[in-house]
Design a protein around this ligand. Structure first.
Ligand SMILES: Cc1ncc(C[n+]2csc(CCOP(=O)(O)OP(=O)(O)O)c2C)c(N)n1
Length: 325
């Protein structure tokens, strides 16, 4: 991990956020295995990416996610009780149980939506950045997407517009090396997403996505640029998802155990824990106590979700269509 001038409070917030993501995702997996939700895409292993980005954001800044977005939502400060209820399709969920795992949104928190259609949020996030600019605010728009989405044409159209209009947007590619079972090297020409930024007049930076401190530094500069009106940045965070694509696949059919072990040895949560202990920011006992607290919060969220009612059938079409009258 690189040296950094972070204060203790921020470091501990990042550790707690990464622990919350890990414990939430582990519990969500158990709920999915119990048949309570389907198609859950776990982000275990990728905790450092949204944490190192969202730590720089305010409530009013916008983020946009993907089919794999629980970690984005938690890093942006969404309530995990409402999130877990949403996963289980309950009326108390962030979206009244109508969005589910892949379509969580919370406008007040600036999480303008996860989305199951690969790449679809990239132009929407670009539009949000245009709004921020036209209204003369210093708000920032961040869009997360995978390496698979990097080949969608709409990314290139959006980066081009963001480049010519100097929009306050950060394109964050979470390169976890696979789009479902398709390896990055097989599907992405040029071996780099970050290098593509050169074609759109913006910085493109590849960063170690297993190190939250590295992501923090790169994202900090990108947010500073966006707020100052200096335009967009493309970040490619090199990361890894520990679990399968969505739970029902076996990742060992398309990758090796050695590769999994190599990334798990660089686990982002464990690295940050080591850093906090080595720099006497917290003791192991204090960090373990924090983990216990987080586990209890996740257990409470799970109880809340399971005890909540499903939406009433009369709610079927409310909030689904917009009325223009
Ligand atoms: C437009 C579109 N094409 C295909 C799919 C099916 N699909 C769902 S997730 C996924 C892989 C996405 O990979 P990536 O963008 O790298 O994100 P990751 O799953 O690694 O987070 C695909 C092909 C889809 N949901 N939308």
């Amino acid at each position: 991990m690189s040296a950094t001038k972070l204060d203790d409070k921020t470091l501990l917030w990042m550790y707690r956020t990464m622990l919350t993501i890990r414990r939430f995702e582990e519990q969500a997996r158990r709920e999915a295995d119990a048949g309570k939700l389907r198609g859950m895409h776990s982000a275990v292993g990728q905790e450092a990416v949204p944490t190192g980005v969202c730590v720089h954001l305010r409530d009013g800044d916008y983020i946009f996610g993907t089919h794999r977005s629980h970690h984005h939502c938690i890093a942006k400060g969404l309530d995990i009780k409402l999130m877990m209820a949403e996963l289980l399709g309950k009326a108390t969920g962030t979206n009244k149980g109508k969005g589910g795992t892949m379509h969580i949104a919370d406008i007040e928190k600036g999480m303008l939506g996860a989305n199951g259609i690969v790449g679809s949020n990239i132009p929407v996030a670009t539009g949000a950045a245009l709004r921020a600019q036209v209204q003369g605010t210093d708000l920032v728009s961040v869009v997360f997407f995978g390496d698979g989405a990097a080949n969608q044409g709409v990314l290139h159209e959006s980066m081009n517009l963001a480049g010519i209009w100097k929009l306050p947007i950060i394109f964050v590619c979470e390169n976890n090396r696979y789009a479902q079972s398709t390896p990055f090297e097989y599907a992405v020409a040029g071996e780099s997403v970050a290098d593509r930024a050169a074609g759109y007049d913006m910085p493109g930076i590849a960063v170690n996505g297993m190190s939250v401190l590295d992501v923090y530094e790169v994202a900090g500069e990108a947010v500073r640029r966006a707020r100052a009106g200096d335009g967009p940045t493309l970040i490619e965070a090199m990361t890894y998802r520990y679990m399968g694509h969505f739970g029902a696949d076996n990742p060992l059919m398309y990758r090796t155990e050695d590769e999994e072990d190599e990334f798990k040895a660089r686990d982002c949560n464990r690295q940050l824990k080591g850093y906090l202990m080595e720099n006497a920011i917290a003791t192991e006992a204090e960090l373990d106590a924090m983990d216990e607290e987080v586990l209890e919060e996740v257990a409470e969220a799970t109880r809340f979700a399971n005890d909540s009612p499903f939406p009433d059938p009369s709610e079927l079409t409310t909030d689904v269509y917009v009325s223009y009258r």
